[in-house]
Design a protein around this ligand. Structure first.
Ligand SMILES: NC(=O)c1ccc[n+]([C@@H]2O[C@H](COP(=O)([O-])OP(=O)(O)OC[C@H]3O[C@@H](n4cnc5c(N)ncnc54)[C@H](OP(=O)(O)O)[C@@H]3O)[C@@H](O)[C@H]2O)c1
Length: 296
């Protein structure tokens, strides 16, 4: 992160809407580099770096939160009516701020099903689920907002505290096999690092409005679960075929299995030059595993 100051000069203030898993990770990372970063949550927290924002209950941040803001990042999914919570409540206000940069965390669900083929940023989105249509509409609203927006399309996010290890520990693991089915993933630290890399090098890199952030190795969920059990030194339960398992899955879990695609990171990693910290699930889950061991 040595060049951060080159294009992110000091006195930058980030407002992060949605201080959940990725938002709070990004905030912590950007603070270590010397910047101010405030995160939102729907309920009041005893934390000076936190502010309340809840679009469902019309709770918008106090005016003074916006003083000196240069960058925003939205990590909030569409609301139950499919609207973007931040734009619904704050678009005009954000437009009046003359921001340096605005980021939006989206999903690779907008690409739909490609029967296991790669998806790239220039592909025509082809959402198949209602939530992915909503997401694409939110992306469009950000793109047409006149804000200096950059959209990051993400596959399954994992990291310390939210990984298959926690799912295994809580006995909620579904060991399912489905021929030819792959999933893409990304470690939460690579989301933060990739965004910071793009901000750092903004003056020298071509600007892209839409960028996938995914690791190098889409693969079957079975392979990943097996790797976790190997690290834990336990035996993986016998897999159940998707055909047998599907009736016991929640509608949302089932919908993930009905789409099959590999998310390309060529733009981010080959063209723009970002180097992944966790190139595949192996390095990423090893990190999660070691952090669990540190705690225990
Ligand atoms: N998880 C994944 O695998 C995955 C994959 C691809 C894309 N994404 C997308 O990437 C983004 C970040 O994901 P994440 O897993 O890091 O998110 P997360 O942990 O679920 O956090 C979501 C945040 O949004 C806030 N939020 C939700 N509805 C809101 C509303 N109506 N008004 C105000 N705030 C609201 C939540 O507030 P509270 O803190 O009060 O709960 C929380 O801070 C999300 O848009 C997510 O859909 C996630």
């Amino acid at each position: 992160m040595k060049n951060l100051a080159s294009s992110l000069s000091f006195k930058k203030k980030f407002l992060i809407f949605g201080g959940g898993f990725s938002g709070s990770f990004f905030a912590k990372k950007i603070r270590t580099l010397g910047y101010t970063a405030l995160t939102s949550s729907r309920s009041k927290k005893n934390d000076p770096n936190s502010f309340v924002f809840d679009s469902d209950n019309n709770k918008i941040p106090n005016e003074k939160i916006f003083n000196g803001v240069t960058h925003i990042l939205s990590c909030i999914p569409p609301d139950k009516n499919g609207k973007d919570p931040v734009l619904k409540m704050l678009k005009k206000h954000l437009q009046s701020l003359s921001l340096d940069w605005a980021g939006y965390l989206s999903t690779t669900g907008v690409y739909g099903n490609t029967n296991g083929n790669w998806v790239f940023e220039q592909d025509q989105p082809n959402p198949q689920q209602k939530r992915s249509f909503n997401r694409l509409n939110c992306e469009k609203e950000w793109l047409y907002s006149n804000l200096p927006i950059q959209i990051f399309r993400l596959p399954g996010i994992y990291g310390p505290g939210r990984s298959l290890f926690e799912t295994i520990k809580s006995n909620k693991i579904n060991v399912i096999s489905k021929h030819g089915q792959v999933f893409s993933r990304i470690h939460v630290e690579d989301i933060a690092n990739a965004i910071i890399f793009l901000l750092q090098n903004r003056n020298s890199l071509e600007f892209h409005r839409i960028i996938n952030i995914a690791d190098n190795e889409p693969c079957s969920q079975l392979e990943v679960i097996r790797y976790c059990y190997n690290l834990l030194g336990g035996e993986m339960p016998l897999p159940i075929s998707f055909e047998k398992a599907k009736n016991n899955l929640s509608p949302i879990a089932k919908s993930f299995w009905l789409e099959n695609r590999k998310v390309s990171n060529n733009l981010l990693c080959k063209k723009l030059g970002y180097q992944l910290l966790y190139k595949s699930y192996r390095e990423g889950l090893k990190d999660c595993f070691l952090k669990i061991k540190e705690i225990n």
